[in-house]
Design a protein around this ligand. Sequence first.
Ligand code: UTP
Length: 305
Amino acid sequence: MAQGESRRVRKAVFPAAGLGTRFLPATKAQPKEMLPIVDTPCIQFAIEEALASGLDDMLVVTGRGKRAIEDHFDRAPELERAVARSGKDDLLDLVRQTADLVDLHFVRQKEPLGLGHAVLQARRHVGDEPFAVILGDDLIWSERPAIGQLLAVYERYGTPVVAVERVARERTGAYGIVAVAPEPLAPGVWEVEGLVEKPDPEQAPSDLAVVGRYVLVPEVFDLLAAQGPGAKGEIQLTDALEALRRRRRLVAVEFEGVRYDTGDKLGYLKANVDFALRRADLGAEFAAFLRERVAALSPTEGVRA
Ligand code: UTP
């Protein structure tokens, strides 16, 4: 821990200014963060995860065409009146809850120049404090909120933390990959010895991929500001983390939970199926429907348990 640095993390930053090209045409006129998982926009899960982990000051980095995110977390008096008139109190609660959930702040990334550039837009709001970064399109289902797991490690080691997950070797080119020390610091907690953005499988130093949860320190802003474009011509957060790691210890945590990349069509479908199956009001009927469909679509194989 650098001198004078606090271990208490209050602030969370949600970069949500990406173009979402993998989800076109759905994302042409609406933000991918607002695509629903069953009935709840992805970004709401991210905000709830932060709240459940004790973070109470939230900043969303938005861009062009992202107004729906602001509206979702605002009051909607006309809708509330209409729902109240219909006497559906449970719906009224749902509409109000999202607005009452948290006081959100917004900042715009004027051009989508990369995730690192999006994080840099949070500089003024974050100031001189450690902060969490949550990518809403990496949806994580877990008993203990994923960012809370990282915060616990930050509090223990007093040094920046990234979430990692093991991926198939042939998928390393889609992620930032870490090289780690031979022995973990604790079960699932690794000292990072290097970070590479999107390496080919032959060049990848491990199968541990960085996913969308971080606990960072303000020092990262200077590094991002000084940094030129990296992979894909974007200002990459991974490059700033590698520069940070050269200055101080960086720790990677294999979190407990299931991650869904909801910015990807297949990941999005998987998230919807799993979240629907976990729902008390839908799960049983939906499971029966899926069994029926699988049986109908593969008549020779039938349904395997
Ligand atoms: P992605 O790599 O998923 O990029 O960004 P994207 O542009 O959102 O989506 P595709 O690849 O075109 O489909 C990872 C995270 O970084 C944010 C995104 O909103 C997402 O949460 N991001 C990315 C920004 O906020 N600004 C950027 O310039 C780029």
